[in-house]
Design a protein around this ligand. Structure first.
Ligand SMILES: Nc1ncnc2c1ncn2[C@@H]1O[C@H](COP(=O)(O)OP(=O)(O)OP(=O)(O)O)[C@@H](O)[C@H]1O
Length: 226
């Protein structure tokens, strides 16, 4: 049996007396879109930060493709093949798209950009100034930026929060293509409909705990909640 792309076990993180994550288990299979669902404050972003190395959990373990994975910094996650797209944009607004991508200092950048475009249908205007782009296009640049590193696991923290319906459809289709290319996608959302449309599986968080989940969001949503 192949090891899952990501397996979190008993993850815990408190801020003072508040348990943002309280014993969270999560299994994300390679080649799938796994939705993490929950209302505001459920712990979704905290979980993303733990996966991405921008916070260290108080307890619990992570495994990546079967190997122990304990990122202490975002650079550790990147080195292990985990890319994050957080809610807040990381691009420099005054620079062009191309200049932003060059800041990554990746070898063979032009070839990587062409591969991401051809594989996922993500076209970019490299000469456009980021600050002048609509938010949906900026989001696309963020996703391309993450994909240029050819990650094994891509985590998207509420990427559709800033998008309209057409842009959301495009983003969900992109997630599908990424999964079909054999990578794993964690898609955080608080919209059940998105999870039903886009997810191969879902985990529902409530108050820092897993409140439900299942392998197939096409089953009745209530089946996710135990
Ligand atoms: N740095 C922090 N310091 C103190 N409390 C925090 C911190 N970050 C998050 N929290 C609290 O932890 C809980 C979980 O927050 P988190 O951001 O992980 O939830 P979320 O599900 O991502 O919510 P949202 O959809 O609003 O982003 C919330 O009660 C939040 O107020």
């Amino acid at each position: 049996m192949t090891a899952p792309a990501l397996a979190a076990s008993e993850l815990a993180k408190s801020y003072g007396g508040l348990r943002a994550l309280d014993g969270v288990d999560l299994v994300v299979e390679a080649g799938t879109v796994h939705c993490v669902l929950g209302e505001n404050g459920a712990g979704k972003s905290t979980l993303c930060h733990a996966i991405g190395g921008s916070l260290t959990p108080d307890a619990g373990t992570l495994r990546l493709y079967g190997e122990a994975y304990a990122p202490r910094r975002p650079a550790d996650a990147l080195a292990a093949g985990v890319a994050m797209v957080h809610q807040h944009f990381s691009l420099v607004a005054t620079l062009t798209v191309g200049e932003n991508l060059r800041l990554l200092r990746l070898p063979d950048l032009a070839r990587r950009i062409a591969r991401v475009r051809d594989t996922y249908g993500l076209h970019l205007e490299l000469d456009a100034v980021v600050g002048e782009l609509p938010v949906g296009v900026r989001q696309r640049v963020e996703i391309v930026k993450a994909l240029l590193r050819e990650p094994r696991l891509l985590v998207l923290d509420e990427p559709t929060g800033v998008l309209g319906p057409a842009e959301t459809d495009a983003l969900l289709a992109t997630c599908r293509r990424i999964a079909d290319a054999g990578r794993a996608v964690v898609l955080v959302t608080h919209k059940l409909g998105e999870a039903v449309r886009a997810g191969d599986a879902a985990t529902v968080l409530r108050g820092g705990r897993v409140a439900g989940g299942g392998p197939s969001p096409s089953c009745p949503p209530n089946a996710w909640c135990r």
